[in-house]
Structure formats: structure tokens, C-alpha cells
Ligand binder design. Structure first.
Ligand SMILES: [Zn+2]
Length: 422
């Protein structure tokens, strides 16, 4: 199939993305955070486009904007496509947005071509995928999966609670609306990494959304005079911490050279007393570990403990490791991976499988439905910055893959339950 025959329209996709990009905090491209008036403005724009595509629009209990197209066969369940339209502060035009617009383009194309589906089709803009002003993320997709912690509702920022924020977005925070009718969920997202661009591929089929483990490291040394304490009689917490940071990097680099995605970062670092003439006595740092395979995260934690023990005894410091949080990797449905790879091949697009190092709504919807994701390339792998960029043609290609997947799954799942069996 050549590009001229593509029913998905790159022009329409570009127009929608530009319209949303225009809804940003002045002087801060591109900032449209959830629970702000700008985000609701973006939502109004999307709702209008959903309606123009022939979708019936509502906001569900969790505050997700949903455009719905009834299928011929009520009761078969729902094929769902979606992503998120909120941004991080000073974020980009494509993270999340590309997925919502590609999903919308699928609905538009189906309508344009007069294609009726057996299943209901829903296009979803999930509420607050990014870490919101309330300090928590993926609020809409967690709600849909019934795993939004109830204590979050009373979180308050600037006199507004999360419950009020959800209500302002049109949701009903008190009502539980856990979806059991979703037969498949598919999300398109920019890769937010450099692999597809480097390999000149159009489509990445996501194997898993990496798990996130955060480990706090506390190093206790001894504060002494920086001028008088001999070099061989110090217990310098910062020197020990520095050795650890380098060992963490070396260890993570080794683990990342395997087939599965792995990354570890020391991103938070505190030092006491932080004074020029005092040997550092305390360091606290936080390690963020992303692993496609849960066993890799465990292997890394064990190696880290060994390193900490060695550095501690060599430096005269006490090093303690304290796991703060652990979210397991979420594999994408294997049957959907095959369908998406096959379709990318059939429409002649270079593709490969890869894991996602970032979190996504699909990780939560995967709790209640078979879920799959495709990535499209983004320039230099950049995201969460104004420079974030994806080619409209690449988004249109991704929309084509989604469109063909929807048509095929609608057909197959009317008679079998393949995705659920795998
Ligand atoms: Zn995103």
C-alpha cells in the first residue's frame, strides 16, 4: 500500500495537533496540565472533533472524555483506543496527544468509508496521565480499572481537592465505574526514546511497559573538620555516595546490554551538612530503576546491596538501602503484539518490538482488558520538552495500523476470543 492510498489523513491530524498546541500557557510552550482551565478548553475542542466524527460524547465517572460509536451487535463489547491530552509543565505537542488524535482519525476514517463495526468503538482521552498538580498520575485509567486509591480524592492543592478536580472535568468521583466490557485496548504513543528513529523504522510494537522500582540509599559518615582531619581518617559520606553512583551506572550499563530494557538513575541527591569546611556526614539519594523483566530489577537490587556493603566497609560509612516503591512490569497482550506486527508488515512498514521505559495508561487498562501499544518515532528521542517532535506522516501511519487492527479484531473477535486466550 503506498502512502497516497492511505485513508488516514495527515492533514487532519496536523490541524488537530496544531489546534491543541495553540491551547498552552502563554510563554510556556506547551503547557496544558490536567485540572486547569486550559486542559478543559482542550477537552472542549476534542469533544467537538469527536462529535464531528459521528461519535456520541460523554465524560465517564473517572473524568475520561469518551467518544462512542455503537456497533451492529450490542453486547459483543467494546474496542477501545486512546491516550491522554494533558501535558507536563513545558511539555510537548505530541506526548499523549498523538495517540488521542490518531484514535480520533481511526473513527473519522471508519465513518468516512462507511464501515460499520460489530463491536462498539470508544475513543478515550484519559484524565491526567502525567503527574498532575495533585502529585499523582494516570488518574483516569486507574479509575477505569478500579484501582484509583480512594485516599487520593482528598488530596488538596490551591483549595481544590482531587475529587473536585474530577468533578470539574465532568466526572463523578464517588461513583465506581469499572469497565468489564473492553475486549481490547490499543494505544499509540510517541516512543520517547531514540530507537525507531535510529533504525529508520515506522512502528514499534510494545512488548511490555517497564516496571519502576525506587530505592532510597542513606549513607551515614562522620562530620569532621575539613582542614585538620587526615585523608586516611575520614568517613566521608559523599565520597562513598559518589562511588555508589558510579557503580550504579556501571551495573545498569551491563544489565542494559542484554535483550530486555533496563535503566537505573540516581535523580535525587541530598547532602549534609553541605558546608565547605565540614566533611559530609549524611547523604540521601533515590535510585529509579526501570526494568522490562521483574527478575532484572531483583538481580540489580541484590548486586546493589553487595556494592553498598563493600563500599560501606571500605569507607567507614554505614549504607542502608530502603525500597520506597515497586510497580511490576506490565506485559502487553501477546496476541495483540502479533496482530500489530503483522499489520505493520502487511502495510509495508518497518517495525520491531521494544519495551517502554515510560509509564502509560495502557499499563492500567491492561488490568481489565487485553492491551496493546504501538510507538511511532520522535525526533532525537526527545519528549517532555518543547522540542518534542513527531512527523505527521508517522502519526498517520500509526493511525493506519490502528485502523487495520480495529477492523481485523472486530472481525476475529466477533467469533473467537483469541486476544483473551493469549
Ligand atoms: Zn504520554
Amino acid at each position: 500500500m503506498n502512502r497516497r492510498n492511505f485513508p488516514a489523513s495527515a492533514e487532519r491530524i496536523a490541524a488537530d495537533i496544531n489546534a491543541l498546541a495553540g491551547l498552552t500557557e502563554p510563554g510556556r510552550p506547551y503547557t496544558r496540565r490536567a485540572f486547569t482551565p486550559l486542559h478543559l478548553e482542550g477537552r472542549s475542542f476534542l469533544a467537538e472533533q469527536f462529535r464531528k466524527a459521528g461519535l456520541a460524547v460523554h465524560v465517564d465517572a473517572g473524568g475520561n472524555l469518551v467518544g462512542r460509536r455503537a456497533g451492529n451487535n450490542p453486547g459483543l463489547g467494546t474496542l477501545m483506543l486512546g491516550s491522554h491530552s494533558d501535558t507536563v509543565p513545558d511539555g510537548g505537542r505530541f506526548d499523549g496527544i498523538a495517540g488521542v488524535i490518531a484514535a480520533l482519525e481511526v473513527a473519522r476514517t471508519l465513518t468516512e468509508q462507511g464501515i460499520d463495526l460489530e463491536h462498539d468503538l470508544e475513543i478515550v482521552d484519559f484524565l491526567a496521565e502525567e503527574v498532575s498538580i495533585f502529585g499523582v498520575s494516570c488518574i483516569g485509567s486507574r479509575s477505569m480499572a478500579g484501582i484509583r486509591p480512594s485516599e487520593w480524592l482528598s488530596r488538596e492543592v490551591d483549595g481544590q481537592t482531587l475529587a473536585q478536580g474530577i468533578a470539574n472535568a465532568g466526572g463523578d468521583p464517588e461513583r465506581h465505574e469499572i469497565r468489564s466490557d473492553i475486549r481490547v485496548f490499543l494505544e499509540l504513543h510517541i516512543e520517547q526514546g531514540p530507537i525507531l528513529e535510529a533504525e529508520r523504522l515506522s512502528i514499534g510494537v510494545v512488548t511490555a511497559i517497564a516496571g519502576i522500582t525506587r530505592i532510597e540509599v542513606k549513607i551515614e559518615g562522620r562530620a569532621d573538620h575539613a582542614g585538620t582531619t587526615p585523608m586516611d581518617r575520614r568517613a566521608d559520606a559523599l565520597v562513598a555516595a559518589s562511588r555508589m553512583v558510579l557503580d550504579i551506572e556501571a551495573l545498569a550499563t551491563t544489565m542494559a546490554s542484554g535483550r530486555a530494557h533496563f535503566a537505573a538513575t540516581v535523580g535525587e541527591f541530598f547532602l549534609l551538612p553541605n558546608a565547605a569546611n565540614v566533611i559530609p556526614s549524611h547523604v540521601r539519594m533515590l535510585i529509579d530503576i526501570r526494568a522490562e523483566k521483574p527478575e532484572d530489577a531483583k538481580l540489580f537490587a541484590r548486586a546493589l546491596q553487595k556494592t553498598a556493603d563493600e563500599i560501606g566497609s571500605a569507607s567507614g560509612t554505614t549504607i542502608s538501602l530502603n525500597p520506597i516503591s515497586e510497580a511490576a512490569a506490565v506485559p502487553m497482550n501477546s496476541y495483540l503484539q502479533e496482530v500489530l506486527s503483522d499489520i505493520a508488515g502487511v502495510i509495508g512498514q518497518g517495525h520491531r518490538r521494544l519495551a517502554s521505559g515510560a509509564g502509560h495508561d495502557a499499563a492500567f487498562i491492561a488490568r481489565v482488558a487485553p492491551a496493546g501499544m504501538i510507538f511511532i518515532p520522535c525526533r532525537d528521542g526527545r519528549s517532555h520538552a518543547a522540542e518534542e517532535f513527531a512527523e505527521t506522516n508517522d502519526i498517520a501511519l500509526g493511525a493506519m495500523v490502528l485502523l487495520e487492527a480495529v477492523k481485523r479484531l472486530d472481525n476475529e473477535m466477533s467469533t473467537t476470543t483469541d486476544a483473551e486466550r493469549h
